[in-house]
Design a protein around this ligand. Structure first.
Ligand SMILES: Nc1ncnc2c1ncn2[C@@H]1O[C@H](COP(=O)(O)OP(=O)(O)O)[C@@H](O)[C@H]1O
Ligand SMILES: [Mg+2]
Length: 261
């Protein structure tokens, strides 16, 4: 039994088929990078993995069980745009998840429970390189530091699956490189399973152990909504040649198939 199984999964919005017949088996600790033209349904797939969207048909299994239909601590997500709370300090932002989990009503921890939680928070901030910024406000942080904070916020809940939706898309190249090293370090240390959407094929190749390409197998220009995207390539990284790369590059940049005529 795989860690995650996707069986004949479909997603439709009204009469628009977004994803059709996805099939995928993922083992624990894999780092899947997802590429595909804008609008082909990558974020929709992540939202289904998160439990924020439900499928129209098919199965999504975590260790053989139906995925929890609501987001829960099994899964954490980081978006391209910062998802941190502006009115909380860096430390409070990371602490909040633990507080809400342990004290859903008051959202506050006291005494030894609070000191234990704070210790975890500070260890996590060290891990992502935000130790010295624990008392800062989000607006005092650079874009890269805000994304470190968003990652810390997710990881503090010890999710088994980390979902990343173009998390570094808004960052400058130099900062992005630092974030790559951080992410690889976290992935190796924690052994977490990652799904990461990127529009940068090279980033996908550099970070992942497996590349998933989303594209349409069938397309009718007169009925752009009739067919959805599926996984057209599922490649173990390290075993690809130049020609294949060019093919994939084409399908990633071909947005025409995802726009109404
Ligand atoms: N909540 C929604 N309701 C209706 N259509 C949606 C919704 N979310 C996404 N879509 C449509 O699904 C398609 C895929 O969107 P998305 O998953 O965001 O693509 P990607 O992340 O690959 O750019 C788009 O045509 C988008 O307009
Ligand atoms: Mg998207």
């Amino acid at each position: 039994m795989s860690f995650i199984s996707v069986n004949k999964l479909w997603k439709e919005y009204g009469d628009q088929v977004v994803l059709e017949n996805l099939n995928l088996e993922v083992e624990q600790g894999e780092f899947c990078t997802l590429v595909g033209a804008s609008g082909c349904g990558k974020s929709t797939f992540l939202k289904m993995l998160l439990g924020q969207e439900s499928q129209s048909r098919g199965e999504l299994l975590l260790e053989g069980e139906t995925f929890p239909a609501e987001p829960d601590r099994n899964r954490g997500i980081v978006f391209q745009r910062y998802s941190v709370f502006p009115h909380l300090t860096v430390r409070q932002n990371v602490l909040m998840g633990l507080e809400l989990e342990q004290k859903p009503v008051l959202g506050k921890l006291f005494g030894s429970a609070r000191s234990e939680a704070l210790k975890k928070v500070d260890d996590m901030l060290e891990l992502v390189g935000l130790g010295p910024s624990a008392n800062k406000w989000p607006h005092e942080l650079s874009g890269g530091m805000q994304q470190r904070l968003a990652i810390a916020q997710s990881l503090i809940m010890r999710p088994r699956v980390l979902l990343l939706d173009e998390p570094f898309g808004a960052l400058d190249p130099g900062i992005r490189k630092d974030m790559h090293e951080l992410l690889l370090q976290l992935w190796r240390e924690i052994g977490i399973t990652i799904f990461m959407v990127t529009h940068d094929l090279h980033e996908g190749f550099y970070l992942g152990t497996r590349l998933l390409v989303f594209d349409k197998l069938r397309n009718d220009p007169h009925a752009p909504n009739a067919f959805g995207a599926t996984i057209t390539y599922d490649l173990p990284i390290g075993q690809t040649d130049e020609r294949l790369l060019r093919d994939i590059d084409q399908s990633v940049t071909n947005t025409a198939r995802y726009q109404a005529a």
